[in-house]
Design a protein around this ligand. Structure first.
Ligand code: PLP
Length: 417
């Protein structure tokens, strides 16, 4: 029989069909309500259908829906770029380009590096994630599911361990891996860039070790290597600061943006030092839809929200409630499965770890299912799918947050493995 359907290649964490969302709540086609701790995987730091964003979208669709920036400029793009640059605390003149997605931002950053430095080598990190397009998957520090079955990928990409206070990798271990790399695999002069998430998202909400970040900055300066920070998941307030690199005391050369940048419309960006982003071959960057006027209008509204002090009070309140609840769970020994809290600021994960090795995945499946049945959407991360990454809107109403955490508490206490 002939069928017409969505490919089954997606891992759908929750097999539900959503029709409506408001701040931290969504409703499915049967009108069942869920508290949303997934936020469309980090896209909704300011909630579903934030009124400032929806108003900006409504106003823009009546004026101009599309123009390709390679053909002619448009106001929303031209207004957005300087405002985005102003948000990013890098002490240098900045220029940028807009993309349709995070992966496209990754791809373009690689192009900028090649065009500017003439070097194709890139060093990425174990457990890192930078997208699903063909050059981006190469950078991901995890084979299954991202690279499995794709065959030979572009070379010139090397991975080293990701040092974090939340994993077993120290700065010394990462430095040793780097020294080995340059002794055994490749010449340091072949490397154009390091690409790193200041807080790994898919990797389990692991913040980069601060000492290593500073070492990396110095290393890049000494060897003329571009430091790219991928803030696609960690940016736009997720960690309680506008960008996660602000926790590290170093500035990147290029920054990748996406996800929450436009409140749910598809948009990404590569922003960086003008010395890198300007003077490239004409026509080397672009795309038909990238920097779509409606997405830009939504992003302009996001910039306004980022500039509102209330946003940061809400993020702080969220972080306080979450961390104090987790500490209480620990004191009460809620479940033997409760492991460490990962992350930094308002970007937090909760590890499910038990002495019975190998059961973490089964435990996670049970947690996700039980939570969904009780009206809470959760999302896993980490190399072993053993860390619940919490991505509710930072604007979540305190009572909805408390309700969601109470469901989580009940679910964790009732794990039955
Ligand atoms: C850190 C990071 N980089 C890049 C990407 C890819 O973004 P997109 O899915 O918009 O292509 C993601 C998506 O999860 C991400 O978390």
């Amino acid at each position: 029989m002939q069928t017409f359907q969505v490919t089954d290649a997606f891992t759908m964490v929750h097999t539900i069909t959503l029709v409506k969302g408001k701040n931290a709540e969504v409703w499915d086609k049967d009108n069942k309500r869920y508290i949303d701790f997934v936020g469309g995987i980090g896209v909704l730091n300011f909630g579903h259908c934030h009124p400032t964003i929806t108003q900006a979208i409504h106003a823009q669709v009546d004026k101009l829906i599309h123009y390709a920036y390679n053909a002619a400029g448009h106001l929303p793009y031209q207004e957005l770029m300087p405002k985005l640059c102003q948000l990013i605390p890098i002490q240098a003149p900045l220029s940028g380009m807009l993309t349709n997605s995070g992966a496209e931002a990754t791809e373009n950053a690689l192009k900028v590096v090649r065009l500017k430095t003439g070097k194709a080598g890139v060093i990425a990190f174990d457990g890192g994630f930078h997208g699903r397009t063909l050059a981006a998957v190469n950078l991901n520090g995890k084979v299954a599911p991202y690279k499995k079955g794709l065959g030979a990928l572009e070379t010139h990409v090397y991975h080293i361990p990701f040092p974090s206070p939340c994993n077993d990798t120290s700065t010394e271990m990462a430095k040793a891996a780097l020294a080995r790399l340059f002794a055994v695999e490749t010449d340091v002069d072949s490397i154009g860039a390091f690409i790193v998430e200041p807080v790994q998202g898919e990797g389990g909400f692991l913040p980069l070790d601060k000492d290593f970040a500073q070492y990396l900055r110095q290393f890049c300066d000494e060897h003329g290597i571009v430091l790219i920070m991928d803030e696609i998941q960690s940016g736009f307030g997720r960690t309680g600061k506008p960008f996660a690199f602000e926790h590290l005391g170093v500035e990147p050369d290029l920054i990748l943006l996406g996800k929450s940048i436009a409140g749910g419309l598809p948009l990404g960006a590569v922003i960086g030092k003008s010395s890198l982003m300007d003077g490239l071959n004409k026509g080397s960057l672009g795309g038909t839809y990238s920097g779509n006027p409606v997405a830009c209008a939504a992003a302009l509204a996001v910039v306004d929200i980022m500039n509102d002090p209330q946003t940061w009070q809400q993020a702080e309140a969220y972080e306080r409630t979450l961390t104090s609840t987790y500490e209480r769970w620990q004191q009460q020994s809620l479940t033997p499965w409760l492991g460490a809290m990962t992350g930094i600021g308002a970007m937090r994960g909760i590890t499910l770890k038990h002495a019975k090795l190998g059961l973490d995945a089964a435990c996670m499946t049970q947690v996700l299912q039980k939570a969904r049945e009780q009206g809470l959407l959760l999302m896993p991360s980490g190399n072993y799918r053993h860390i619940i990454r919490l991505l509710p809107p930072l604007t979540i109403e305190p009572e909805v947050l408390t309700e969601g955490l109470a469901i989580m508490e009940q679910v964790l206490a009732s794990i039955d493995i």
